[in-house]
Design a protein around this ligand. Sequence first.
Ligand code: SF4
Length: 427
Amino acid sequence: MNDLSPPQGGGCRNAPVLKERGQREVFCGLTGIIWLHRKMQDAFFLVVGSRTCAHLLQSAAGVMIFAEPRFGTAILEETDLAGMADAHKELDREVARLLARRPDIRQLFLVGSCPSEVIKIDLARAAERLTQIHAPHVRVLNYSGSGIETTFTQGEDACLASMVPVLKDTQARELMLVGALPDVVEDQMVSLLSAMGVDNIRLLPARRIDDTTAIGPNTVFALTQPFLGDTHAELVRRGARHIAAPFPLGEEGTTAWLAAIAQEFGVSKETFDTVTAAPRARARKAIAQASEALQGKSIFFFPDSQLEIPLARFLTRECGMTALEVGSPYIHDAVHGPDLDLLAAGPQISEGQDVDLQLDRARAARADLTVCGLGLANPLEAEGLTTKWAIELVFTPIHFYEQAGDLASLFARPIRRKAALRLEAAE
Ligand code: SF4
């Protein structure tokens, strides 16, 4: 069913990994709130943080269109930071006010930040206390989005991991699909699997708290995002079994991901081919058109979103690019192994960051395209490198067949723009 062939000369799963633990240049985990609050329609994210945290959220949200924000910041003032006020009492008051004003809120996440961690506010204790006060209408959970502890996609991981221990028990044989995808993409995913006869599907996160997501020893789960290492560990702890697969990015990745699930549920080859043939053909055609500018070009990934490994696999195998370095904040074999198997040996695989050393390597490599965070993009552009902002990849629908062409276009655009500018300058 899965006709993906490993690369000649072997993949990168056993390649030596350059591990760096120095200064890193990434957004903090609060950023995930921007896409999570739109996904979970009855949730509210209350950051316990500083004005800096509030500004980060506002500026990140400012580029998005939303009807009614379901996030806010309980700002720690100097008296809190100096330990002169009882932060817990103030938090209880703020939460009571918020929930009285917004009866639509059914799940409240207390999100830790650098300041709340530095002064060690125990948000786990606060969440327990507040759940007792506001149950059964509201469930209160907590996780950390602090920049001291998390890179920007780890915010989603920490959020989903915090939900796993409170999921109901089930003995049913069910498939749990894990990771926040835009609704339209999620609908495509579920409809492909339903068409194959895979029906007992649960989603984490569900759109609403009442959508029954339960877990038990007969649950199998597939990740849709490669940055969910802690959630993976929590799910395994609850007895669920992971269906390891490449991530559903590009035509090949989507086919391999679906095939792994189809195999688990005994879907026949005929059914699989019937369901996937048309969208596969559409995806191949869209990728071929969108990737013309990428053929023969080189790419260098700074570690940022943890999407780097599956993206490198897609861009090298389906778009004709050569990867020079593939950096990822974290590499988990259980999560990233299947993509590393398919990524042809050759690029430097690096984990973590020491930004100055990595900048030296990027300057020496002078790839045709460098994928990095916003903070590094402008300086590198000024040095003549063409860059792609990693953060766009989490704000844009890129998963599954119908988005495969758009995914290639995201990378082709900066290369085309640079070529057009060169042409203009030459005229
Ligand atoms: S959590 Fe830390 S890194 Fe993130 S905005 Fe707040 S202070 Fe800055």
